[in-house]
Design a protein around this ligand. Structure first.
Ligand code: DX5
Ligand code: ZN
Length: 235
């Protein structure tokens, strides 16, 4: 299992997205997470495919687009053309989830499905064979800086077990309240991609130190990360 860090731009300075994207890449974050909100599925409005398009030439990091919008099927092509590498839609926002996920695959992008804390795993069990990524929300979507909901660890464990038992190649991502305390819990439960906003962008020692710290915190779960972290920490 390879653990990866996905800094969420939601916690970055909105006037300096390009610098944030570059700093995350230099800090060896494997993913860059875009929280797209429409003021309908969740209360705030953030940014759209134009931001993906604007940052695409600045970073070669995997662009991980998390659509917290209603009728996401109307936006998939826009985000694909803008340069998203992976597109994740919420199960709760899709009237025809299977069809919408099929559209992401037709666009040749990594296909992700997110579930809110209130949504049980059984709602997405039938689409697991077609997914590349299952995003288990560990806070209620809409805002950064919320506390990790501990009860989601059992959902991550159940998802891991279900995916492994059936031999599906679905990566599990967790999003919300990730820091040095919760990252190892989520990783031990079976998450492979950890989204973190506040912890990374508000870290007193800066973005690189925050990413390094998160990787160190999960090194017990993925020893290869620990080696890489201790190497870069002493460089
Ligand atoms: C919440 C977003 C998250 C959020 C995470 O709706 O999907 O990606 O930015 O932020 P932190 O790490 O601050 O909980
Ligand atoms: Zn997110």
């Amino acid at each position: 299992m390879t653990l990866r860090i996905a800094p969420s731009l939601l916690a970055a300075d909105f006037g300096r997205f390009a610098e944030a994207a570059i700093a995350c890449q230099q800090g060896e974050a494997e993913y860059l997470h875009f929280d797209v909100m429409d003021g309908r599925f969740v209360p705030p409005i953030t940014y759209g495919s134009q931001l993906v398009d604007a940052l695409r030439p600045r970073a070669s990091t995997f662009f991980d687009v998390h659509l917290m919008i209603i009728e996401p099927e109307r936006q998939i092509e826009n985000f694909a053309e803008a340069g998203a590498d992976g597109i994740t839609v919420h199960a709760e926002a899709c009237l025809h989830l299977h069809r919408t996920l099929g559209e992401i695959k037709r666009q040749g992008k990594r296909c992700g499905c997110a579930i809110n804390p209130a949504t049980s795993l059984s709602a997405v069990e039938y689409v697991l064979p077609m997914l590349d990524l299952l995003l288990i929300m560990t806070v209620n979507p809409g805002y950064g800086g919320q506390s990790f909901i501990q009860a989601m660890l059992a959902k991550v464990e159940a998802a891991r077990e279900l995916i492994d038992r059936n031999g599906y190649s679905v990566e599990i991502e967790v999003d919300g309240g990730i820091d040095n305390e919760t990252a190892p819990l989520a990783a031990a439960a079976g998450a492979e991609i950890l989204v973190a906003g506040t912890h990374i962008f508000r870290h007193p020692e800066g973005i690189s130190a925050a990413i390094r710290g998160l990787k160190s915190s999960i090194a017990s779960v993925d020893p290869s990360l620990g080696l890489r972290c201790s190497g870069s920490a002493t460089d």
